[in-house]
Design a protein around this ligand. Sequence first.
Ligand code: CP
Ligand code: NVA
Length: 314
Amino acid sequence: MNSKNFLSVYDFSKDEIYDILLRSAVLKAERGGKNSCLEGKKIGMIFEKSSTRTRVSFEVGIVELGGHPIFMSSKDLQLGRGEPVKDTARVLSRYLDAVVIRTFEQERIETFAKYFEKPVINGLTDLYHPAQILTDIFTVYEIKKRDLKIESSSQADAENIIKNLKIVYFGDANNMANSWVGLQAMLGFELVLAMPEGFEINSEVKKESEKKGGKFSVINDKIYAAKNADIITTDVFISMGQDEEKEKIDKLKPFIIDDNVVRNAKEDVIFLHCLPVHRNEEVTEEVFERFSSVVFEEAENRLHVQKAIMEKIF
Ligand code: CP
Ligand code: NVA
């Protein structure tokens, strides 16, 4: 493991992931208290795609940890006019202490990390959204711990909650699906991907998961997939940068999370969505609104979990 980067969930060990989840709960409870673990650190935020949650939660998190965020849209950088990633990285490493990057190909962030030589955090690529996936599992852990009235905050109890979950992801084989595959390989819950025939997880993602002993099933029947699910989740059908692939929507339409899916899941099922949501595309408006309090808690949790990630990295 390269201990200073967070380019995918594989950059942390299982124990480190649990440390982050448990620490996120503490940071959430202690929000507003003094924490200066990033004092004096200048952290760049290079965004080549739009963002509401990732941008603001990282910026606020950096400020709350005593650091100084510097937001850079690639449109305003020479990067956006074709300056090579490796040159940008070598220059910025002389000014900054770390960067958060949102970009396209995973190789782009990997190249940046190779030349930057200081911590690089993935704020979403075409392949992975690792800060989001740790937030999602933290959100589930927090709800289940409360519902099961578990007082202790031990790793053993957290593992026990998480490894017994059935998580079903509905929709596109995109960066969120890939991130669930990666997380499953690290934490070992049951993962089902409900997607149309012909939709497949990226072969590199599959290979990485298999190397770690990961397992998941792909099911083309959404109701069968939903049976006894503890968690149901989805994401937009068309991700950023895929605007020419609109014909995908027709194939994905039957995989909408609707009341029928919810009825086939466990009674206490939790619905997650990383946002932004396209109502009546990947989830019905009614289901989304019914579960929206959890979804907005999930959005808030980005802040707490990313603070725990940054603490771990520094
Ligand atoms: N979930 C998420 O990453 O949202 P943003 O695109 O708004 O950052
Ligand atoms: N799959 C989506 C996630 C947005 C947070 C995208 O990449 O656009």
